[in-house]
Design a protein around this ligand. Structure first.
Ligand code: COA
Length: 199
């Protein structure tokens, strides 16, 4: 069991539109590599591609990263993205990548990172959650069911999707609120039909 007297949790924000802490980038990538966890995708987050810069310049690409450190060593991260009024998953926090180093699992670190994502969801007024995971992973199935996620058949017309690693992923949702009524204050007193957040 590793010594964890110095566990800390921090947000990794953008600086001048970039994730420019080279040491932190290196450690996050190394953690993904050691745990064989979507290495290419994680590396891609720190590449300064033109499309990424373009997306950020127009307010997109607001992926958020929180890391757990044991002293100076990164031992876990959570990466998520809030969908406010985009596509069909409106007001939904989308969990992208969530990893704790093998040696540090089942000690509450992942749970702490997850609750940081929940706090951010609350800060942004996001009410629902979504995540994709490897369909045949029973541990994740159990974990997400326990957290209140459910499979919604044919939601978005997609039940499962092949991801870059070739694995088949399933998308599940935690639906707290499925409709939103726009306050008449913003509609000039006119009653508007409810906005469908999630079916
Ligand atoms: C998922 C993961 C990040 C959890 O991290 P962790 O530090 O071990 O998690 P914690 O000890 O804080 O436990 C978090 C929750 O998972 C549950 N959990 C942990 N291990 C579990 C298992 N083997 N089976 C079922 N549930 C489990 C805990 O009961 C806890 O639930 P709670 O929040 O309701 O109490 C970690 O297992 C991991 O890195 N897995 C590999 C990467 C992965 O599959 N990530 C998810 C991709 S979508």
């Amino acid at each position: 069991m590793p010594r964890t007297a110095e566990l800390t949790y921090t947000n990794y924000p953008y600086t001048n539109g970039d994730r420019s802490d080279e040491e932190l980038n290196k450690q996050i990538i190394s953690l993904a590599r050691r745990n064989k966890f979507y290495l290419k995708n994680i590396q891609g987050l720190f590449k300064n591609s033109i499309s990424r810069a373009f997306s950020r310049a127009f307010g997109g690409g607001s992926t958020e990263i929180y890391v757990a450190k044991n002293g100076v060593k990164v031992v876990g991260f959570i990466i998520f993205w809030g969908e406010v009024l985009w596509g069909t998953c409106r007001m939904c926090m989308d969990l992208h990548y969530w990893l704790v180093d093998k040696d540090y699992r089942n000690m509450g670190i992942g749970g702490e990172l997850y609750s940081m994502m929940e706090k951010q969801a609350t800060n942004y007024g996001l009410v629902n959650y979504s995540v994709m995971y490897k369909k045949d992973d029973d541990m994740l199935k159990q974990l997400y069911e326990k957290k209140g996620y459910k499979f919604i058949p044919r939601y978005d017309g997609v039940d499962t999707q092949e991801c870059c690693s070739g694995d088949i992923h399933i998308k599940v949702f935690k639906v707290i609120q499925s409709r939103y009524s726009i306050p008449t204050l913003f509609t000039g007193g006119k009653e508007m039909p409810d906005l469908l957040l999630l079916r």
